[in-house]
Design a protein. Sequence first.
Length: 245
Amino acid sequence: MARMLEGVEEALMEDQPSRVPETPRPASIVERLRRALIERDFEPGERLNELHLSRRYATSRTPIRAALHMLAGEGLLDYAVNRGFRVRPFALSDIVDAYDMRALAEGMAARLAAERGLSQIVRNKLERALESGNAALSSEAGLDAQRAAYAEMNEVFHTTIHEAAASALIHDVVRLCHRVPQAIAGNVTVFDLEDARARHAQHHRIYELILCREAAEAEALMRAHVASVKAGIVRAYTRKDTAKS
């Protein structure tokens, strides 16, 4: 009965002209919904309804539907025909394991990049990423815009170091870690400006160590860098669970 009423409500809404004056760009919907999923605003296994989400984000159902398909592709949602989208459950232990594996792989990538040296193209790419991070963290565009810009920079920085390492094995391990979306460098799960500034200072130092061929120090700092992100996630999950209990 509830599902039938929900279907009627959705049909009525489809027949009505949109009262939303301006539709947010799809990318912003994806970013906001991704953050809500990673920060556990929805319960594990919860079915996500396009109509309810369109009301929540003040947009039409078309960008919501596109965002849901994109996030299912990333692994944050499960999709079944005629059943729709549900929040994919992740145990904290899975996230911790993924970060532990990522720390090992990222550390080795930094070591290999330092041992093999950086091409001018890679140096330019890393320096542009660092400059982008500086700009994002000093911007007055608002926290959401800063988070999005920092996340994009973070992914570029880490991916470029993977490329510089030129290791198929590291690539495979990192890709395996990405089966847990919270462990992807571009998914900035916990964003506090002071923490982000401290981590970006580590980015600068990691780059300097790689550039100076200090392989062991670059590896150690990269591992510590990823571990600090993991610690922030554990704190956030603990707070969330405490608030629910």
